[in-house]
Structure formats: structure tokens, C-alpha cells
Design a protein around this ligand. Structure first.
Ligand code: 13P
Length: 288
């Protein structure tokens, strides 16, 4: 199946009270692991690409070529969206040009009027091409490609202003943080989430920082309107742990170093297990 916009999968998720996982990709192995798991579990999936990961993978056209090739050669039949994660205005335009099926424009660091103006322009472009678009209001804490945000709760009125522009999905800070949560984390603000959803009607809401949020909070967030959950750090952790274990076991050296395919295999399997666990928690299994 060719790449699809995330619109239909999120409308269905919202109606069915589950969430579609966005799993970030960094290379061929991660992409293959996520696609094969989605296919095995018959789950829709969103592949997230940060601007840094896009650069690492030689640019957006390479990413589009790799993903399209895998969809065909791995016989992937479940809906897959290829989505720019935390895109700049220029990055969003470049991904639209390169063949992504979905983009996030993160204008949360601009004053709200500028965020609104830039989001509006990109909504028009995405609409004309049948692509989905995610906007952000209220920055999400933690570190993303070297940028550290403080984390905040978004203003529900500003969320309404941006949702009314016709975005497909909205990321709004509700106390969530990218990466590992600190010991003294106050938890998600369900009061804010509820207020945002009431102001934005049926808008599918996006929960960033899906790593390390306790299962009961994830379930409650879905019940209050979250239809997409982003996961990156947990895949990094499981990939790194499995790779480290393989190297420390000293397998496969025989004087020639490591066979690169064997070296990356345990990490790839670990990502599959992480993605499976998340899809089960989010309730998207069997929903393709
Ligand atoms: P984590 O790295 O905390 O899983 O968050 C991922 C994310 O929100 C990407 O946008």
C-alpha cells in the first residue's frame, strides 16, 4: 500500500477510542522493524522523522525512497503515514516537496499570531495536496534534536485558534516531556487536556513524549481525546541495550570485527518488541 495521509487513521482512532503510534525512524533497521511490526499486528502506523534524522539519512528524498521501497518490497498492507516531526516552516515545505504524506509544523516557539499565520499557510498547501498536518501550541519539555524546552500547559483558547485553521491534529503541551521523566514529574494535566478537547471539538490530539508515561495515564489521555502518541526515546533505549549486550558478549568477532547485519539484528528485534508493547497499550492492534 502506498503512503497515506494520517487523517483517516486518526479519525478512526478518535471514534474508536484508541491511539495510533508515531514511532521515530533513524535508519533502515528502525524503519524495517516498525513496518514489520505494524504489519504483523495489523495496526496503522506513523513513521516520524525529525529534521536531524532526515539529515542523517541523507535528506528527505532518501527517506521517501527508502520507505516507499520497503512498503512495496515488504508487502506492507496496513496504512502508513510518513510524517515530519517538529518541523520548521522550511522543513515542512521541503518534506511536502519530497513526498512525505504528513508534516508537523512546530510553531510553538513563535508568538501565537506568527504561529497562526505560518500554520495557516501550510494548512492550505497540505489541503491542496491531500496531506495531513499537525500543529503545536505550548512547547513540550525535554530535549528534541538539541533543543531543550521547559514544558508547559497550552492555553485552550490558543489551541482553539490553531485547531480552527483546519489542521488534521494538534499537539498541545499538557505537562508532557520528551525523553525520560524526572523523579519529581507532576504527571499529565488531565484538566488541561479536557479543557483543550472541549474547545477544539473532534480535533485528534497528539501526545508527545510517549516514553515513560505510566499505562494508566496513557489510557486516560486516550479516553479524553488523544488519538496519536509519539514514541522515540524508548526505542533508542531498547535498541542501545540490546546492541550493548551483543557487543559485550563478544559474539561474532573471529578476528574480523562484527558482521554489521548481525550486530544490528538484536537492536532491531528489541525495537520490534517495544513497538509491539506500545501498539498493544495504545489499542491500535487489529485496527488497520
Ligand atoms: P519520547 O522521545 O519521549 O518518546 O518522545 C518522542 C516524541 O514526542 C517525538 O516527537
Amino acid at each position: 500500500m502506498a503512503l497515506v495521509s494520517a487523517k483517516d487513521m486518526l479519525t478512526k482512532a478518535k471514534a474508536g477510542k484508541y491511539a495510533v503510534g508515531q514511532f521515530n525512524i533513524n535508519n533502515l533497521e528502525w524503519t524495517k522493524a516498525i513496518l514489520l511490526t505494524a504489519e504483523e499486528l495489523k495496526s496503522p502506523v506513523i513513521l516520524g522523522v525529525s529534521e536531524g534524522a532526515g539529515k542523517y539519512m541523507c535528506g528527505y528524498k532518501t527517506v521517501v525512497g527508502m520507505v516507499n521501497g520497503m512498503l512495496e518490497e515488504l508487502n506492507i498492507t496496513v496504512p502508513v503515514a510518513l510524517h515530519l516531526d517538529h518541523g520548521s516552516y522550511e522543513g515542512a515545505k521541503a518534506c511536502i516537496e519530497a513526498g512525505f504524506s504528513s508534516v508537523m509544523f512546530d510553531g510553538s516557539h513563535y508568538p501565537i499570531d506568527e504561529n497562526v499565520a505560518k500554520t495557516k499557510e501550510l494548512v492550505g498547501i497540505c489541503e491542496s495536496k491531500g496531506l495531513s498536518i499537525e500543529a503545536e501550541v505550548g512547547s513540550i519539555g525535554g530535549e528534541e534534536d538539541g533543543v531543550i524546552g521547559q514544558g508547559e500547559c497550552a492555553d485552550p483558547e490558543e489551541c482553539k485558534q490553531v485547531a480552527d485553521l483546519g489542521v488534521t491534529m494538534l499537539a498541545a503541551g499538557i505537562g508532557n516531556i520528551h525523553g525520560k521523566y524526572p523523579e519529581n514529574w507532576a504527571g499529565l494535566s488531565f484538566e488541561t487536556l479536557d479543557a483543550i478537547q472541549q474547545k477544539t471539538g473532534d480535533m485528534p490530539l497528539v501526545l508527545h513524549g510517549g516514553t515513560g508515561i505510566p499505562a494508566d495515564m496513557i489510557k486516560k489521555a486516550i479516553s479524553l481525546g488523544v488519538a496519536k502518541i509519539n514514541v522515540n526515546t524508548e526505542c533508542q533505549l531498547s535498541f542501545a541495550a540490546a546492541t550493548r549486550e551483543y557487543i559485550e558478549a563478544g559474539k561474532d568477532q573471529q578476528g574480523k570485527g562484527f558482521d554489521p547485519r548481525k550486530l544490528l539484528a538484536p537492536g532491531t528485534e528489541a525495537i520490534k518488541a517495544t513497538v509491539k508493547e506500545k501498539m498493544e497499550l495504545f489499542g491500535s492492534v487489529g485496527k488497520a
